[in-house]
Design a protein. Structure first.
Ligand code: C5P
Length: 223
């Protein structure tokens, strides 16, 4: 019997990372944050002075960069590049924008496919991203498409940054979210869209507990 996959896709800031982790914990499944892979390629490119339009060099990075995923003291996910903890460095606005530029390359996406599928291990996987249900795990047992209005997502990001002691303007965050959405939705390879068999959950007016409950309800129905 195949190892079950729960695919959670959606735009940046929809809460799929937080929800994905909670679902993985609840089911004791593995967790893949596929966005972190695109962010790692972007950060590695930045470190090596490689431009986001140098597809050939980016593809080599995607296939060969030395990365690792682990957990911190409180069980929070940590991400390593060449042995260094870069969990915060991959979340900056600059790297977010670079990641969505890097992600428009078909050959970069191809190079990351095997790395993503490696996460599918017993007893199961929760995978979050843009194309988990459409391209990477099209046969996933459960597919969720998590959305929220751009305004809500900017507001959440604002609070998150505040919590980390960083300042930002909601207007700038909204502009940044919209430009990333547009790039992710309109690219020719693996554009952000719900799989035909995905169940959509709009989290705009829900709190985390309510989103988790709706997602777990779908999981219980399907698994
Ligand atoms: O999910 P996250 O915001 O961390 O993703 C960063 C960027 O990586 C996205 O804007 C998107 O362009 C890209 N991405 C992707 N496919 C995925 C996950 C992320 O293209 N499965």
């Amino acid at each position: 019997k195949a190892v079950p996959v729960i695919a959670i896709d959606g735009p940046g800031g929809s809460g799929k990372g937080t929800i994905g982790l909670m679902v993985a914990k609840a089911l004791k499944f593995h967790f893949l944050d596929s966005g972190a892979l695109y962010r790692l390629v972007a950060l590695a490119a930045k470190h090596h002075g490689i431009s986001t339009d140098n597809e050939e060099a980016l593809t080599v990075l995607a296939g060969h960069m030395d990365i690792a995923f682990g957990a911190g003291k409180h069980g929070e996910p940590r991400v390593y590049l060449e042995g260094e903890d870069v969990s915060n460095d991959i979340r900056t606005d600059e790297v977010s924008q670079m990641a969505s530029q890097v992600a428009a390359s078909g050959s970069v996406r191809e190079a990351l496919l095997a790395r993503q599928r490696d996460f599918r291990r017993e007893p199961g996987l929760v995978a979050d991203g843009r194309d988990m249900g459409t391209i990477v795990f099209p046969e996933a047992e459960v597919k969720i498409f998590l959305t929220a209005s751009a305004e809500k997502r900017a507001e959440r990001r604002f609070k998150q940054l505040q919590g980390m002691g960083e300042s930002a303007s909601i207007g700038d965050l909204l502009t940044s979210i919209r430009s990333r959405d547009e790039r992710d939705r309109n690219r020719s390879v693996a554009p952000l869209r719900p799989a035909d068999d995905a169940i959509e959950v709009d989290s705009s007016e829900l709190n985390i507990e309510q989103v988790l409950e709706s997602v777990l309800q779908v999981v219980r129905d399907k698994l």
